[in-house]
Design a protein around this ligand. Structure first.
Ligand code: ARG
Length: 567
């Protein structure tokens, strides 16, 4: 099913060729609704190219274009824009068709990609903190959207499960571990022994040396140390799993840093053999002398002591994803501070002849109400679990107030959807590079651009249907009131919006669309009685309600947000 935009694009192309003109310009939603629904700049683009009069060209195009089956006669405005206004019957017919389409009109991508999405990727033996929420929620939404558009997606959790810190963790495990504390809260205990060991090692060179020896033994896969390391990883993964389950987020594979250990020596050999890497002061280094912004930023792939690092494992990761997993597209949903790192890794890949599309998808920070990086009172980063639990708790108070008669279990279930939805939406409704202030009151508000506002719109529609009783679903739609037409046009735009999200990885485009949709619904609901109206308006309006609910539900699902049936 074509969107109106796609239809106009095709008709414009035929008109241009009929008029003996080359393809030019584009069809976009109208900048100002007073002038219509869509516009094209084709005449202006051509005028510039050919040194002709734009309004004369516009007239030529308007004479040649055939849109009378779904739009009014196109109007020329300003310097040569051509504006199109949809006819109500065409919008009604399209809306009716959408009601019977599970995809709500969204086309599958013409050339599906094989994508791996690296997201969440926390570090073991450390808590997942509020900073990880953005990668986790954004990566999950992008995965859902890409899959919906027909791409083949592998979700990879590239956990930080290897590195020099394990020397200290293992020494701490052997000398400081409190087993009861470990059973109660494993990550907290791992953090405690790490911190205490670190302090001792700083003060005492003998302990520092002991930690180094533990690390060497781990790297040699000595059974005791390897076993301790494995337990640390397993305990952390169990913790992470609880958070993912609460969030309704999953990964297909967990290939963390340690997964690449066996490949690191080979990677460095290969980089040396191809001349991409060279020896420098005992280390093996890649220089980027011919890339202006990297010219003074070489990257070490093997340290002087023979150890490999984060960079080496990321070079191996590219190999694995491209060669073993056969991906043509790799997305890295990782904070902006790692921009340089990925720039370097991708440049190495390019030099090695990798042609896959490697993309770093960076994001900004979450700030506390004081507009500084969000911290606990003790100055530490806030554990994600605590934030999520608090979200559900706060949402529960709202549900209790609004709907005290609901059974306990149902209240809890609704609170979970609202609380987690609020946290996710607060994140996804912002442009990802924007730092945003984490505000409970704002994100849980039933008014404004929030998840609860959208969920409430959905719930309102469900309650209309409960009151309506048994109604055979009708898709006879007629649009007579202005508010009906506005709502129906919005519903048709869903299929135009969704494919654009991946252009610049901006789920906030979808969030903003859903917000506009809910606003149009409320305006419609105020202007047009539904259950109290006469047939055929009643069935038609119920059909609009039904499509609005479906679109809200599907749109929020693409963001990883569930809707309750009541709240
Ligand atoms: N573990 C890293 C961190 O928390 C993120 C890993 C991102 N992925 C990657 N392939 N480097 O900062």
């Amino acid at each position: 099913m074509d969107t109106f935009q796609a239809l106009l694009e095709r008709r414009l192309a035929s008109a241009l060729s009929a008029a003996g003109l080359p393809r030019a310009g584009e069809v976009t939603p109208a900048a100002d609704a007073r002038f219509g629904d869509y516009q094209t700049n084709a005449a202006m683009v051509l005028a510039k190219q050919r040194g002709e009069n734009p309004r004369a060209l516009a007239q030529k195009i308007v004479r040649a274009i055939e849109v009378s089956d779904f739009a009014d006669k196109p109007q020329i405005a300003g310097a040569g824009f051509i504006n199109f206004t949809l006819r109500a019957e065409a919008v009604a017919a399209k809306t009716a068709a959408l009601l019977n389409d599970d995809r709500l009109g969204v086309a599958r991508a013409d050339s599906p990609k094989k994508i791996v999405i690296d997201f969440s990727s926390p570090n073991v033996a450390k808590p997942m903190h509020i900073g990880h929420i953005r990668s986790t929620v954004l990566g999950d939404a992008l995965a859902r959207i890409a899959e919906f558009l027909g791409h083949d997606v592998i979700r990879d959790n590239h956990i930080g499960d290897w590195g020099t810190q394990f020397g200290m963790v293992i020494w701490g495990w052997k000398n400081l571990l409190d087993r009861d504390a470990l059973a109660r809260d494993p990550i907290a205990e791992l953090v405690r022994i790490y911190k205490e060991t670190n302090e001792r090692a700083t003060a005492d060179p003998a302990i520092r040396e002991a930690c180094r020896e533990e690390l060497v033994k781990l790297q040699a896969h000595e059974p005791e140390n390897y076993g301790i390391w494995k337990q640390c990883v397993d305990l952390s993964m169990q913790e992470f799993a609880r958070t993912y389950e609460l969030l309704g987020i999953r990964h297909d594979i967990v290939c963390g840093e340690s997964f690449y250990n066996d490949r690191l020596a080979g990677v460095v050999e290969r980089l040396l053999a191809s001349g991409i890497a060279e020896e420098s002061e005992g280390a093996i280094v890649v220089f980027f002398r011919d890339v202006a912004e990297l010219a003074d930023k070489p990257i070490i792939v093997r340290k002087k002591d023979g150890g490999y690092n984060y960079a080496t494992s990321d070079v191996a990761t590219v190999d694995y994803r491209v060669q073993d997993l056969k991906r043509d597209t790799c997305w890295y949903v990782v904070g902006a501070p790692q921009t340089l790192h990925f720039r370097q890794i991708f440049e190495i890949a390019r030099r090695e002849g990798v042609t896959a599309d490697l993309r770093h998808i960076p994001f900004g920070n979450i700030l506390g109400e004081d507009r500084k990086l969000m911290k606990t009172r003790a100055g530490e980063s806030v554990p994600l679990r605590e934030v999520l639990d608090e979200a559900v708790e706060r949402a529960r108070k709202i549900v209790e107030e609004k709907n005290p008669d609901l059974a306990e279990a149902e209240q809890q279930e609704i609170a979970r959807k609202i609380g987690l939805g609020a946290v996710k939406y607060a994140d996804l409704s912002q442009y990802r590079m924007t730092d945003y202030v984490f505000s409970w009151d704002k994100m849980l508000s039933l008014h404004g651009n929030t998840a609860p506002y959208l969920q409430n719109a959905y719930v309102r529609i469900q309650s209309i249907f409960r009151k309506a009783g048994e109604v055979p679903p009708s898709s006879n739609i007629s649009l007579t009131e202005p508010a009906e037409l506005v709502l129906a046009k919005r519903l048709c735009q869903f299929a135009e919006i969704v494919p654009t999200i991946l252009n610049d990885f901006r789920p906030n485009i979808l969030a903003n669309y859903l917000f506009e949709l809910a606003n149009s619904f409320h305006a419609f609901y105020e202007a047009c009685p539904v259950l109290k109206s006469e047939e055929p308006a009643r069935s038609s309006r119920l059909a609009l309600c039904r499509l609005t609910a479906k679109t809200l539900q599907r749109g929020l699902a693409l963001l990883g947000i569930e809707v309750p049936e009541r709240m």
